[in-house]
Design a protein around this ligand. Structure first.
Ligand code: AMP
Ligand code: ZN
Length: 475
């Protein structure tokens, strides 16, 4: 009999007992990245949260089907169905076609999630692989009277869906009144695009024929169409960042329940809070200054120390990312690894299941209580530190318990190869690297080569990877 998880459900704004649709099984859908640039460490926080959720269910014996999408079309720069498709924007920025942009950043995304020990979802689905399913769902909505057409596409008529405001507790009338800018052909402010028509003068890399004309899907329809295809019209859990509550997830519910006629589409909606920078701003791709996992590694920060930083904060609280917090987590990570490795050595170098003493059993219960209490990872970490420092426990018990909790925390504490990165290159060389990159983007090839030579004389090679440029010390 698996443990009962207690999870905060955004629908009810309260912690509820999790009851799966099918005993022993859980279906989870996670809104994945828009692959037009590198995912930043704020995005990674959202995926670490989903990973901990999935791993907790696995620890407690559930059979987990975890689906995550890759948004490779249709996500516009504006939230109100205006602006440009982010993939087409990336294509112009990089001088690559949109398919190549999507491939490049999808690969970088999975390289970064692997550095963070984020398990690959059971199914990863790309929006562009499910165009017929999306067209079929738009058609079903049109047939049931939930859609209307305008000059530039097909829109969802939110006035036809009475519970539209429910998930986000939205003041729809207030939104409507406060709205001044041109709505195009939209009838209500909250209406949103299901299918956008390509503009005659526009050259898009990605477009498809549909009953309403050649074009591309709106952003929200991909999640509804793929979730129902892969998890069913109704399933257990849907995750994302808190920014998805008022628009993306609200629209997903309207589409899925409208098309299937079944409610609820999702039983438990779970949302992770933001990672913010020291000036309290949400880290975001559009706001410019972002850090990636690779850029942390380039500074000598072990990616798993960033994972620890994330786990030290409950997923429903904002996490402030500062140099001091990060440095503290690096120290914590080194200490945890040191303690775990010391116990491992004392236990003969291997882990095995042991009969726990009373003290050991107390820690196991603490850890299970923490994880079942809406994924209280800070509490689980406190227990882990406690048990590794507890002289009353045998090393074999310490190792057994650490291995168990690390199945969820994913810090790789007992693995032989520490996920450490060599000391960062000197700042003067990093400045030379910046200069060389600027020379390259200004096509000053001779100057760029000169700088490469200078860096090489100091014993470093330049490493150009999809995730960015870095310096590697020559062996
Ligand atoms: P995107 O690639 O922009 O669609 O975002 C991917 C995921 O990252 C979504 O679940 C967002 O809610 C989440 N997200 C975006 N910015 C942040 C942030 N600063 N902190 C935490 N999660 C974020
Ligand atoms: Zn989504």
């Amino acid at each position: 009999m698996p443990e009962v998880m207690r999870l905060f459900n955004t629908l009810s704004r309260s912690v509820e007992d999790f009851r799966p649709l099918k005993a022993g099984h859980v279906g989870i859908y996670t809104c994945g990245p828009t692959v037009y640039s590198y995912a930043h460490i704020g995005n990674m926080r959202a995926y670490i949260f989903a990973d901990v959720l999935r791993r907790s269910f696995e620890l407690f014996g559930y059979d987990v089907k975890h689906v995550m999408n890759i948004t490779d079309v249709g996500h516009l720069t504006g939230d109100g169905d205006e602006g440009e498709d982010k993939l087409e924007l990336g294509s112009r920025r990089e001088g690559l076609d949109a398919w190549a942009v999507a491939k490049k950043y999808t690969e970088a995304f999975f390289a970064h999630t692997a550095m963070l020990n984020i398990e690959r979802p059971t199914i990863v689905c790309k929006a562009t692989d499910y165009i017929p399913e999306q067209i079929a769902m738009v058609q079903a909505l049109a047939d049931k009277g939930f859609a209307y057409t305008t000059e530039d596409g097909v829109y969802y008529d939110t006035s036809r869906f009475p519970t539209y405001a429910q998930l986000g507790r939205l003041d729809v009338e207030g939104l409507q009144e406060g709205h001044r800018v041109d709505m195009g052909g939209k009838r209500q402010k909250t209406d949103f695009a299901l299918w956008k028509l390509s503009k005659p003068a526009e050259h898009r890399c990605m477009e498809w024929d549909a009953p309403w004309g050649r074009g591309f899907p709106g952003w929200h329809i991909e999640c509804s169409a793929m979730a129902s295809k892969l998890l069913g019209d109704q399933f257990d859990i849907h995750t994302g960042g808190v920014d998805h509550i008022p628009i993306h997830h609200t629209n997903e519910i309207a589409q899925s329940e409208g098309a299937s006629g079944k409610s609820p589409f999702v039983r438990y909606w779970m949302h992770g809070e933001f990672l913010v920078t020291s000036d309290e701003a949400k880290m975001s791709k559009s706001a410019g200054k972002t850090l990636t996992v690779q850029s942390l590694a380039d500074q000598g920060i072990p990616p798993l120390a960033f994972r620890l930083l994330v786990l030290q904060c409950h997923y429903r609280k904002q996490l402030k990312f500062t140099d001091e917090n990060m440095a503290g987590a690096v120290r914590g990570f080194e200490r945890l690894r040191h303690l775990a490795q010391k116990a491992l050595q004392a236990a003969g170098g291997h882990q095995q299941a042991v009969v726990l003493s009373q003290g050991g059993d107390k820690y196991r219960r603490q850890i299970h209580t923490a994880l079942t209490a809406d994924l209280n990872t800070p509490q689980a970490l406190a227990s882990l530190f406690g048990l590794l420092e507890d002289q009353q426990l045998s090393p074999a018990e310490q190792v057994d318990l650490a291995a168990e909790v690390d199945q969820v925390l994913g810090l790789g504490l007992l693995s032989p190869a520490p996920n450490m990165v060599e000391a960062p290159p000197p700042a003067a060389l990093l400045a030379l690297l910046d200069e060389r990159n600027q020379a390259r983007s200004a096509k000053q090839w001779q100057r760029a080569d000169q700088l490469r030579g200078e860096i090489a004389r100091h014993g470093y090679d330049i490493h150009d990877a999809p995730s960015g440029t870095s310096l590697k010390r020559r062996p």
